[in-house]
Ligand binder design. Structure first.
Ligand code: HEM
Length: 140
């Protein structure tokens, strides 16, 4: 039988269905998350180095990304894996810091059920990125 990958995923696949979670809310969540990331002693300098000058394009891109993930809008067309595999100094511990800040931000801004859905998706995507970054075969 031809099972689509989407059907095998263990997490929420439909749009969230909570009307308070719209593009505007996601934009605020993204902005608050990156405000905290930029203050972090370890992640702040990495982002400052990679995103020079105007943060707005990154914040808009991340808003589209999270709208696609949570609201299924499909307007994000970027490539997350190469954006991260090029970050040679980023470690698995850094992903734990990233996820910790993300969980704190959703806890502070979202209803518990909404927070749970965002965190679940972030953890899943973080796992795929880490797989791509740390468990790939060395180049021949
Ligand atoms: C320690 C962990 C992480 C670090 C240091 C990091 C850093 C970065 C940086 C510097 C960029 C900008 C790259 C560029 O524009 O050239 C970026 C882009 C991005 N990040 Fe992360 N990231 C981390 C984890 C995550 C996680 C867990 C997610 C998703 C849940 C995520 C999603 C994205 C997405 C969607 C982009 C945009 C990629 C594109 O389309 O260009 N990141 N990240």
């Amino acid at each position: 039988m031809n099972v689509r990958i989407e059907q095998a995923r263990p997490v929420q696949e439909k749009p969230l269905g909570d009307e308070s979670v719209d593009r505007n809310f996601i934009g605020q969540l993204v902005r608050e998350f990156y405000r905290r990331v930029r203050l972090d002693a370890r992640l702040g300098p990495i982002f400052a180095r990679e995103i020079e000058g105007d943060w707005e394009p990154h914040l808009e891109k991340m808003t589209e990304f999270w709208c696609s993930v949570i609201l299924k809008t499909g307007n994000y067309h970027g490539r997350p894996v190469p954006a991260h595999t090029k970050l040679a100094d980023v470690t698995e511990d850094d992903f734990q810091i990233w996820l910790g800040i993300f969980r704190e931000t959703t806890r502070d801004l979202c209803a518990p059920e909404v927070s749970r859905v965002f965190n679940e998706r972030a953890e899943l995507i973080a796992r795929s990125l880490q797989y791509a970054m740390f468990f790939r075969l060395p180049a021949a």
